[in-house]
Design a protein around this ligand. Structure first.
Ligand SMILES: Cc1ncc(COP(=O)(O)O)c(C=O)c1O
Length: 331
């Protein structure tokens, strides 16, 4: 137990926050964060449709309504479109820091303050990402992360965490993850089971020591791609000066996507699409008015996005090979 407290302090220190609670998944982190922030049945929460399903699922499971807003060229929430979506039922904004790129948080926080909305950051893909040197997950009320094996800071098996400067939120989430228990014999409220055991936590801390290498190598890989891929048919969103992106994925937007995928596969290069079907078009959303939503950039990107290999074990030769193949394809 002592050991675990030490680890949690390390994560809080790394992100420059006061409190950190380890949980069973990033989805639990989002759900419990929304719950302690007071989101309940019929409230509305604004988020994006181009995310992993969990962003919306956490909102839906609390009985609240998901309001989708479109994104910018860089795939992140467009702050200019948020105000038009706010109603008297809107209670929170959930920006998603997709691909390891942080959203325009100063603009989002400004709107949240104006309308007295909570901000729960879905930073599942962005541990270590920064905006003007401030960590993802530290702009809003609670930052939520996934520790899934595919993430840059990855544990063994499922896992997640929240960071916050709000002691009340932290203590409530700590209690809720363990049946709502306050102490040995007292239960404050009905909770859940979302504990992260000490064995997993100690392995996670080993991974935390390695995170700087992981992030730097991924950033170097991205730099090489940006230098070498040189074709108007491939759009690579810029990393602007105030951003420090951690490249959980390296997503380009391309023309003739399916042909390119086939060509790359033939040449031994595997790619992926994160995510081909926007959340509002998933079968899980049966309400037709949601499926009819107009989200032009989200839709366009869903047809053009392609994730290239970016992991920290890649060699420069492999990155050059992939870049050359992409350039050759469009020749
Ligand atoms: C943007 C986003 N939100 C939430 C989650 C959910 O995290 P987990 O799989 O740990 O529950 C993920 C995981 O992939 C994610 O990418």
């Amino acid at each position: 137990m002592m050991l675990m407290r030490f680890w949690k302090k390390k994560i809080a220190k790394y992100t420059n926050t006061k409190y950190c609670a380890l949980l069973n998944s990033g989805t639990d982190a989002l759900t419990l964060a929304l719950y302690v922030a007071g989101i309940k049945r019929n409230d509305e929460v604004i988020t994006c449709s181009n995310s992993f399903i969990a962003s919306a699922a956490a909102i839906v499971h609390l009985g609240a309504k998901v309001t989708f807003v479109d994104v910018k060229e860089d795939q992140n929430m467009d702050p200019k479109l948020i105000e038009a979506k706010i109603t008297n039922k809107t209670k929170a904004i959930m920006p998603v820091h997709l691909t390891g790129r942080i959203c325009d948080m100063p603009s989002i926080i400004k709107i949240a303050k104006k309308y007295n909305l909570k901000v729960i950051e879905d930073a599942a893909q962005s541990f270590g990402s920064k905006y003007k040197n401030k960590h993802a997950g530290t702009f809003g009320d609670i930052g939520c992360f996934s520790l899934h094996p595919l993430k840059n800071l990855n544990g063994i098996g499922d896992g997640g965490l929240i960071i916050t400067n709000n002691k009340e939120y932290y203590e409530r989430i700590r209690s809720l993850r363990n049946h709502g228990i306050r102490d040995r014999n007292n239960v404050d409220e009905f909770g859940y089971v979302s504990r992260y055991d000490s064995l997993k936590a100690s392995i996670l801390m080993d991974r935390l020591k390695n995170l700087k290498f992981v992030i730097n190598k991924r950033r170097q890989n991205a730099k090489i791609y940006k230098k070498l891929i040189n074709n108007p048919n491939v759009f690579i969103p810029d990393e602007i000066k105030s951003e420090f992106n951690t490249y959980h994925t390296f997503v380009v937007q391309v023309k003739k996507r399916s042909e390119l995928i086939k060509y790359l596969k033939k040449n031994g290069i595997s790619t992926a699409i994160h995510y081909p079907i926007p959340i509002h078009l998933q079968k899980a959303f049966t309400k037709k008015n949601i499926q009819k939503l107009k989200l032009p950039k989200t839709m366009k990107q869903s047809k053009e996005i392609l994730s290239l290999p970016i992991n920290q074990f890649m060699t420069n030769k492999e990155l050059e090979y992939i870049s050359n193949k992409i350039n050759n394809f469009y020749k």
